[in-house]
Design a protein around this ligand. Structure first.
Ligand code: SF4
Length: 383
């Protein structure tokens, strides 16, 4: 199956930890959406002939509108975009249609219009249910607003809701994280993503740490928080199916799973990436550059053909993020028995240490293995 991603780069206010591309030029929304539709028109035949797709030409099974902040678009503008893209890509087979929202953009009218557009999954950036922690990272909402938004999403009939949480926040303690998890679990969303706060160069968070205004959670604290999350969510029936993702049975994100499965996807919009099974395409992280190219009938992406080694590295990296893991047979079939044997030999020590499992055909990381995934994956790479 193929996935369609549409990036909406608008944000009203910048969260201090964020290094994603975003802009506050919401006045450009109409031109931006027209550019996205034009990009769909120019790329409408892109998936033709990809043998890996078992669903026929240009049929998408998942749509994911992410950001930035997609909920900064009015539902009328969103509807125009979806209808426009739908003129060029067949969306009638879509099974999972996700839109990311910020809690303070949600109203009863907004979510009921999203549901009428066919959106059947909402992903909400909650991050924490502690108001001081939310204020410390410059989020626009508070805990009450998030809980209210969740209620409205449910009342609009959306049966698949994901919430994002962040751990390692400035001022966060084990107890406050535990309280956030308790509130999240009381809502019983189908899906929870829990990311460790990262300090990215160029962000306000990075500057504040350099100025001694915030302290980064030390390694011991981060590990304790991660283990608390795994324990609490697993204990409540959530499957830890990817390093940062947990879901009730039957609710793994199909769209994100296609990235980890190495399935082709098309990404439309500024800063969006695409993968057709052979190369990656990157749209510019530049709103006006993107709009300008499309208004002149030109595609804005740069294309990078991936080498055999890069394909191998990506497959190892993506697969080992998931609880399903990496198929040893697939590595042998694609890259040859020698490459497969080197992989198995390198993996042996991790299996012996109990941070990796070798079950049947698959190598996968345990919960503790996921804590050191970067180092393990780097070791298993081609070089
Ligand atoms: S809303 Fe999301 S994309 Fe926008 S600044 Fe905050 S974290 Fe970044």
């Amino acid at each position: 199956m193929a996935g369609l991603y549409i990036h909406i780069p608008f944000c009203k206010k910048r969260c201090i930890y964020c290094d994603f591309y975003s802009t506050n030029r919401l006045d450009m929304a109409d031109r931006y959406v027209a550019a996205v539709v034009e990009e769909a028109r120019l790329r409408r035949d892109e998936l033709s002939g990809i043998a890996a797709l078992d669903c026929g030409k240009d049929v998408f099974k998942t749509v994911y509108v992410g950001g930035g902040t997609p909920s900064q678009l009015t539902t009328d503008v969103m509807a125009r975009m979806v209808a426009g893209v739908g003129r060029y890509f067949r969306l009638d087979g879509v099974e999972e249609f996700t839109v990311e929202v910020n809690p303070d953009d949600v109203s009863e009218e907004y979510v009921s219009k999203l549901a009428k557009l066919g959106v059947n999954r909402v992903s909400m950036g909650v991050q924490s249910f502690n108001d001081a922690e939310l204020a410390a990272i410059n989020r626009r909402h508070n805990a009450r607003c998030a809980t209210e938004a969740y209620r409205m999403i449910r009342e609009a009939g959306i049966r698949n809701v994901s919430i994002d949480l962040i751990y390692g926040l400035p001022g966060q303690t084990i107890d406050s994280l535990d309280a956030t998890l308790a509130q999240a679990l009381a809502l019983r969303p189908e899906h929870i993503s829990a990311y460790c706060l990262t300090f990215e160069q160029g962000t306000e968070l990075w500057r504040r740490r350099a100025a001694g205004l915030v302290r980064e959670a030390d390694e011991e604290m981060s590990i304790e928080m991660y283990r608390l999350i795994v324990r609490r969510l697993s204990g409540a029936g959530y499957e830890h199916y990817e390093i940062s993702n947990y879901a009730l049975p039957g609710y793994w994100s199909h769209h994100n799973s296609s990235y980890w499965d190495y399935t082709p996807y098309v990404g439309l919009g500024a800063a969006a990436h695409s993968f057709d099974g052979v190369s990656r395409r990157y749209n510019p992280s530049n709103l006006m550059g993107y709009i300008d190219a499309l208004e002149h009938g030109r595609l804005a992406y740069v294309e990078e053909k991936m080498s055999r080694e890069e394909h191998y590295d990506e497959e190892v990296m993506m697969s080992l993020r998931t609880s399903a893991g990496l198929s040893v047979k697939s590595i042998g079939d694609k890259y040859g028995p020698e490459v497969r044997d080197v992989l198995l030999q390198k993996a042996e020590k991790y299996v012996a240490r109990g941070i990796m499992l070798h079950r049947g055909d698959y190598l996968s990381l345990t919960d503790d293995g996921m804590l050191v995934s970067d180092a393990v994956i780097e070791d298993l790479m081609w070089g």
